[in-house]
Design a protein around this ligand. Structure first.
Ligand SMILES: [Zn+2]
Ligand SMILES: [Zn+2]
Length: 327
Protein backbone atom coordinates (compact mmCIF):
# COMPACT_ATOMS: atom_id res chain seq x y z
CA UNK A 1 0.00 0.00 0.00
CA UNK A 2 1.32 3.40 -0.90
CA UNK A 3 -0.13 6.47 0.81
CA UNK A 4 0.60 9.72 -1.03
CA UNK A 5 -0.20 12.01 1.88
CA UNK A 6 -1.56 15.43 0.97
CA UNK A 7 0.99 17.84 2.39
CA UNK A 8 0.33 20.66 -0.08
CA UNK A 9 3.36 21.87 -2.03
CA UNK A 10 5.62 19.09 -0.69
CA UNK A 11 6.06 15.29 -0.66
CA UNK A 12 5.24 12.65 1.95
CA UNK A 13 4.75 9.03 0.94
CA UNK A 14 4.20 6.08 3.23
CA UNK A 15 4.87 2.62 1.79
CA UNK A 16 3.53 -0.36 3.73
CA UNK A 17 4.16 -4.01 2.92
CA UNK A 18 3.72 -7.14 5.05
CA UNK A 19 3.85 -5.16 8.28
CA UNK A 20 6.97 -3.23 7.22
CA UNK A 21 6.95 0.51 6.69
CA UNK A 22 8.97 3.07 4.76
CA UNK A 23 8.35 6.81 4.88
CA UNK A 24 9.67 8.76 1.90
CA UNK A 25 9.82 12.46 2.87
CA UNK A 26 7.62 14.20 5.42
CA UNK A 27 6.37 17.44 3.88
CA UNK A 28 7.21 20.89 5.27
CA UNK A 29 8.05 21.63 8.90
CA UNK A 30 4.42 22.76 9.30
CA UNK A 31 3.31 19.25 8.35
CA UNK A 32 5.03 17.63 11.35
CA UNK A 33 1.77 17.34 13.29
CA UNK A 34 -0.04 15.99 10.26
CA UNK A 35 2.61 13.28 9.72
CA UNK A 36 2.58 12.44 13.42
CA UNK A 37 -1.22 12.06 13.30
CA UNK A 38 -1.13 10.04 10.08
CA UNK A 39 1.28 7.48 11.49
CA UNK A 40 -0.69 7.35 14.72
CA UNK A 41 -3.95 6.76 12.85
CA UNK A 42 -2.38 3.80 11.04
CA UNK A 43 -0.53 2.68 14.21
CA UNK A 44 2.80 2.72 12.40
CA UNK A 45 5.01 2.82 15.49
CA UNK A 46 8.15 1.67 13.68
CA UNK A 47 9.52 2.84 10.36
CA UNK A 48 11.89 0.25 8.94
CA UNK A 49 13.15 2.94 6.60
CA UNK A 50 12.88 6.69 6.64
CA UNK A 51 14.05 8.30 3.41
CA UNK A 52 14.75 11.98 3.07
CA UNK A 53 15.05 12.22 -0.72
CA UNK A 54 16.98 15.50 -0.52
CA UNK A 55 17.58 18.34 1.89
CA UNK A 56 14.87 20.79 0.75
CA UNK A 57 12.45 21.76 3.49
CA UNK A 58 9.33 20.53 1.65
CA UNK A 59 10.79 17.00 1.94
CA UNK A 60 12.74 16.97 5.21
CA UNK A 61 10.61 19.40 7.25
CA UNK A 62 7.88 17.10 8.56
CA UNK A 63 10.13 14.09 9.20
CA UNK A 64 10.63 15.39 12.73
CA UNK A 65 6.92 14.68 13.31
CA UNK A 66 7.40 11.10 12.15
CA UNK A 67 10.38 10.68 14.46
CA UNK A 68 8.39 12.01 17.41
CA UNK A 69 5.94 9.14 16.94
CA UNK A 70 7.86 6.22 15.45
CA UNK A 71 11.14 4.44 16.01
CA UNK A 72 13.38 4.00 12.99
CA UNK A 73 15.53 1.26 11.51
CA UNK A 74 17.52 2.90 8.74
CA UNK A 75 17.59 6.57 7.71
CA UNK A 76 18.63 7.34 4.15
CA UNK A 77 19.55 10.76 2.85
CA UNK A 78 21.95 11.91 0.11
CA UNK A 79 23.74 14.23 2.59
CA UNK A 80 24.51 14.01 6.30
CA UNK A 81 24.38 17.75 6.92
CA UNK A 82 22.71 20.78 5.37
CA UNK A 83 22.52 24.33 6.58
CA UNK A 84 18.85 24.72 7.39
CA UNK A 85 16.77 24.64 10.53
CA UNK A 86 14.54 21.90 9.10
CA UNK A 87 17.47 19.62 8.31
CA UNK A 88 19.14 20.21 11.68
CA UNK A 89 15.86 19.36 13.35
CA UNK A 90 15.71 16.09 11.39
CA UNK A 91 19.22 15.18 12.57
CA UNK A 92 18.35 16.09 16.17
CA UNK A 93 15.29 13.86 16.19
CA UNK A 94 17.23 11.03 14.51
CA UNK A 95 19.82 11.31 17.30
CA UNK A 96 17.06 10.95 19.88
CA UNK A 97 16.18 7.68 18.12
CA UNK A 98 19.89 6.77 18.15
CA UNK A 99 20.01 6.59 14.36
CA UNK A 100 22.49 8.30 12.08
CA UNK A 101 22.05 9.05 8.39
CA UNK A 102 23.22 6.48 5.86
CA UNK A 103 24.06 7.80 2.41
CA UNK A 104 22.97 5.15 -0.07
CA UNK A 105 24.61 4.43 -3.42
CA UNK A 106 22.84 3.84 -6.68
CA UNK A 107 22.47 0.11 -7.09
CA UNK A 108 21.84 -0.55 -3.38
CA UNK A 109 18.96 -2.93 -2.79
CA UNK A 110 16.84 -3.88 0.20
CA UNK A 111 13.54 -5.53 0.86
CA UNK A 112 10.45 -4.19 2.54
CA UNK A 113 8.45 -7.31 3.39
CA UNK A 114 8.03 -9.05 0.07
CA UNK A 115 8.58 -5.85 -1.88
CA UNK A 116 11.99 -5.23 -3.37
CA UNK A 117 13.57 -1.79 -3.44
CA UNK A 118 16.43 -0.59 -5.66
CA UNK A 119 18.09 2.79 -5.27
CA UNK A 120 18.64 4.07 -8.80
CA UNK A 121 19.73 7.65 -8.08
CA UNK A 122 21.49 9.91 -7.43
CA UNK A 123 24.40 8.79 -9.58
CA UNK A 124 26.47 11.97 -9.67
CA UNK A 125 26.96 14.83 -7.24
CA UNK A 126 25.15 18.05 -7.99
CA UNK A 127 25.08 21.59 -6.62
CA UNK A 128 21.34 21.56 -7.17
CA UNK A 129 19.79 19.66 -4.24
CA UNK A 130 16.90 18.48 -6.43
CA UNK A 131 19.40 16.54 -8.54
CA UNK A 132 20.73 14.78 -5.44
CA UNK A 133 17.28 13.23 -4.87
CA UNK A 134 17.21 9.60 -3.84
CA UNK A 135 15.24 7.90 -6.60
CA UNK A 136 13.87 4.43 -5.89
CA UNK A 137 12.10 1.69 -7.78
CA UNK A 138 9.95 -0.63 -5.69
CA UNK A 139 8.79 -3.94 -7.14
CA UNK A 140 5.92 -5.91 -5.64
CA UNK A 141 4.88 -8.96 -7.64
CA UNK A 142 4.17 -7.84 -11.16
CA UNK A 143 3.61 -4.23 -10.11
CA UNK A 144 6.24 -1.56 -9.61
CA UNK A 145 6.60 2.00 -8.41
CA UNK A 146 9.13 4.66 -9.24
CA UNK A 147 9.63 7.42 -6.67
CA UNK A 148 11.47 10.30 -8.32
CA UNK A 149 11.84 12.77 -5.46
CA UNK A 150 12.56 16.19 -6.98
CA UNK A 151 14.94 14.80 -9.64
CA UNK A 152 15.15 17.08 -12.64
CA UNK A 153 16.36 16.43 -16.17
CA UNK A 154 20.08 16.14 -15.30
CA UNK A 155 19.49 13.38 -12.80
CA UNK A 156 16.92 11.73 -15.06
CA UNK A 157 19.57 11.63 -17.80
CA UNK A 158 22.16 10.14 -15.39
CA UNK A 159 19.68 7.42 -14.44
CA UNK A 160 18.91 6.71 -18.10
CA UNK A 161 22.64 6.53 -18.88
CA UNK A 162 23.18 4.07 -16.02
CA UNK A 163 20.80 1.67 -17.72
CA UNK A 164 18.58 0.67 -14.79
CA UNK A 165 15.25 -1.00 -15.43
CA UNK A 166 12.79 1.84 -15.08
CA UNK A 167 9.53 0.35 -16.30
CA UNK A 168 6.96 0.97 -13.57
CA UNK A 169 3.23 0.73 -13.08
CA UNK A 170 3.10 3.90 -11.01
CA UNK A 171 5.32 6.98 -11.22
CA UNK A 172 5.59 9.51 -8.39
CA UNK A 173 6.24 12.43 -10.71
CA UNK A 174 9.48 14.32 -10.05
CA UNK A 175 9.55 17.79 -8.51
CA UNK A 176 5.81 18.36 -8.07
CA UNK A 177 5.16 18.26 -11.82
CA UNK A 178 7.72 20.95 -12.66
CA UNK A 179 8.56 21.52 -16.31
CA UNK A 180 12.20 20.57 -15.61
CA UNK A 181 11.29 16.99 -14.70
CA UNK A 182 9.51 14.05 -16.36
CA UNK A 183 11.29 14.46 -19.69
CA UNK A 184 10.10 12.41 -22.66
CA UNK A 185 13.12 10.02 -22.66
CA UNK A 186 12.64 9.29 -18.94
CA UNK A 187 8.90 8.84 -19.30
CA UNK A 188 9.37 6.57 -22.32
CA UNK A 189 11.51 4.17 -20.27
CA UNK A 190 9.18 4.17 -17.28
CA UNK A 191 6.00 3.73 -19.34
CA UNK A 192 3.78 4.23 -16.29
CA UNK A 193 0.08 3.44 -16.35
CA UNK A 194 -0.50 5.81 -13.46
CA UNK A 195 1.23 8.87 -12.11
CA UNK A 196 0.83 10.80 -8.88
CA UNK A 197 1.72 14.47 -8.57
CA UNK A 198 2.21 15.77 -5.03
CA UNK A 199 1.50 19.47 -5.31
CA UNK A 200 -0.21 22.33 -3.46
CA UNK A 201 -3.27 24.13 -4.81
CA UNK A 202 -2.55 27.68 -6.05
CA UNK A 203 1.19 27.25 -5.43
CA UNK A 204 3.44 30.12 -6.44
CA UNK A 205 5.58 27.90 -8.72
CA UNK A 206 2.78 27.14 -11.16
CA UNK A 207 3.21 23.40 -10.55
CA UNK A 208 2.18 21.13 -12.13
CA UNK A 209 3.46 22.64 -15.36
CA UNK A 210 1.24 22.41 -18.41
CA UNK A 211 4.06 20.92 -20.48
CA UNK A 212 4.53 18.13 -17.95
CA UNK A 213 0.79 17.45 -17.94
CA UNK A 214 0.79 17.34 -21.72
CA UNK A 215 3.73 14.87 -21.77
CA UNK A 216 1.78 12.65 -19.37
CA UNK A 217 -1.31 13.01 -21.53
CA UNK A 218 0.68 12.03 -24.65
CA UNK A 219 1.98 8.96 -22.83
CA UNK A 220 -1.61 8.01 -21.97
CA UNK A 221 -0.97 8.07 -18.22
CA UNK A 222 -3.79 8.28 -15.71
CA UNK A 223 -2.81 11.09 -13.35
CA UNK A 224 -3.74 11.62 -9.70
CA UNK A 225 -3.04 14.91 -7.90
CA UNK A 226 -2.97 15.70 -4.21
CA UNK A 227 -4.01 19.35 -4.82
CA UNK A 228 -7.29 18.22 -6.35
CA UNK A 229 -7.81 14.87 -4.66
CA UNK A 230 -6.24 15.06 -1.20
CA UNK A 231 -4.67 11.90 0.17
CA UNK A 232 -4.19 9.28 -2.54
CA UNK A 233 -3.93 5.64 -1.53
CA UNK A 234 -2.70 3.04 -4.00
CA UNK A 235 -3.06 -0.66 -3.24
CA UNK A 236 -1.28 -3.41 -5.13
CA UNK A 237 -2.24 -7.07 -4.94
CA UNK A 238 0.89 -7.98 -6.85
CA UNK A 239 -0.94 -8.08 -10.18
CA UNK A 240 -2.85 -4.85 -10.41
CA UNK A 241 -3.05 -1.58 -8.57
CA UNK A 242 -6.14 0.29 -7.45
CA UNK A 243 -6.44 3.88 -6.30
CA UNK A 244 -8.58 5.52 -3.66
CA UNK A 245 -8.69 9.29 -3.30
CA UNK A 246 -9.97 11.48 -0.51
CA UNK A 247 -12.12 13.63 -2.81
CA UNK A 248 -12.86 14.56 -6.45
CA UNK A 249 -12.35 11.06 -7.87
CA UNK A 250 -13.45 12.24 -11.30
CA UNK A 251 -11.43 15.45 -11.48
CA UNK A 252 -9.84 16.22 -14.83
CA UNK A 253 -6.28 15.98 -13.53
CA UNK A 254 -4.69 16.80 -16.88
CA UNK A 255 -6.56 20.02 -17.57
CA UNK A 256 -4.45 23.19 -17.43
CA UNK A 257 -3.92 24.45 -13.89
CA UNK A 258 -6.88 26.45 -12.65
CA UNK A 259 -9.14 25.07 -15.38
CA UNK A 260 -9.85 21.64 -13.99
CA UNK A 261 -13.29 20.21 -14.27
CA UNK A 262 -14.33 21.22 -10.78
CA UNK A 263 -16.42 24.12 -11.97
CA UNK A 264 -18.69 25.38 -9.29
CA UNK A 265 -21.63 24.30 -11.46
CA UNK A 266 -20.71 20.67 -10.66
CA UNK A 267 -21.65 21.39 -7.10
CA UNK A 268 -25.21 22.41 -6.60
CA UNK A 269 -25.42 24.97 -3.87
CA UNK A 270 -28.34 23.84 -1.83
CA UNK A 271 -30.96 26.43 -1.01
CA UNK A 272 -30.58 25.88 2.71
CA UNK A 273 -26.93 26.90 2.70
CA UNK A 274 -26.47 28.97 5.83
CA UNK A 275 -26.38 32.65 4.98
CA UNK A 276 -23.35 33.20 7.16
CA UNK A 277 -20.30 30.97 6.70
CA UNK A 278 -16.67 31.40 7.60
CA UNK A 279 -14.36 31.70 4.61
CA UNK A 280 -10.67 32.44 4.29
CA UNK A 281 -9.86 35.06 1.68
CA UNK A 282 -6.66 35.46 -0.24
CA UNK A 283 -6.59 39.20 -0.75
CA UNK A 284 -3.85 38.83 -3.38
CA UNK A 285 -5.37 36.15 -5.66
CA UNK A 286 -8.94 37.20 -4.86
CA UNK A 287 -9.93 33.59 -4.17
CA UNK A 288 -11.96 32.41 -1.22
CA UNK A 289 -11.61 29.08 0.54
CA UNK A 290 -13.13 26.99 3.27
CA UNK A 291 -10.91 27.23 6.39
CA UNK A 292 -9.87 23.57 6.00
CA UNK A 293 -8.70 23.94 2.37
CA UNK A 294 -5.09 22.88 1.92
CA UNK A 295 -4.39 26.14 0.05
CA UNK A 296 -5.03 28.06 3.24
CA UNK A 297 -1.90 26.49 4.72
CA UNK A 298 0.15 27.71 1.75
CA UNK A 299 -1.15 31.25 1.95
CA UNK A 300 1.07 34.12 3.04
CA UNK A 301 -0.19 35.46 6.39
CA UNK A 302 -0.22 38.96 4.91
CA UNK A 303 -2.70 37.90 2.19
CA UNK A 304 -4.96 35.95 4.54
CA UNK A 305 -8.25 37.38 5.78
CA UNK A 306 -11.10 35.68 7.61
CA UNK A 307 -14.57 36.56 6.38
CA UNK A 308 -17.91 35.58 7.84
CA UNK A 309 -20.87 36.12 5.60
CA UNK A 310 -22.42 34.87 2.42
CA UNK A 311 -20.84 33.44 -0.69
CA UNK A 312 -22.83 35.84 -2.85
CA UNK A 313 -21.37 38.82 -0.99
CA UNK A 314 -17.85 37.62 -1.71
CA UNK A 315 -18.58 37.10 -5.39
CA UNK A 316 -20.09 40.57 -5.50
CA UNK A 317 -16.80 41.85 -4.02
CA UNK A 318 -14.88 40.29 -6.91
CA UNK A 319 -13.77 37.10 -5.16
CA UNK A 320 -14.01 33.71 -6.86
CA UNK A 321 -14.34 30.29 -5.21
CA UNK A 322 -11.26 28.07 -4.93
CA UNK A 323 -11.48 25.18 -7.36
CA UNK A 324 -9.95 22.86 -4.79
CA UNK A 325 -12.39 23.19 -1.89
CA UNK A 326 -15.35 24.53 -3.87
CA UNK A 327 -16.81 26.83 -1.23
ZN1 LIG B 1 10.06 19.50 -3.45
ZN1 LIG C 1 13.48 20.09 -3.87
Amino acid sequence: MVHFIDVGQADAILVLCDGKAMLIDGGNADDSNLIYAYLKKLKVTHLDYIVCTHAHEDHVGGLAGALKYATVGTAYCPVTSYDSKAFKNFVTYLKKRKVSISVPSAGDEFSLGSAFVTIIGPINDSDEPNNTSIVMRVVYGKTSFLFAGDAERDEEQDILDAGYTLESTVLKVGHHGSETSTTYPFLREIMPKYAVISVGADNSYGHPDEDTLSRLRDADVKVYRTDLQGDIICTSDGNTVTFKVERNANADTLAPVGENSLQSSDYETSSDTPVSTEYILNTSTKKFHYPWCSSVKQMKESNKKTFTGSRADLIAQGYSPCKNCNP
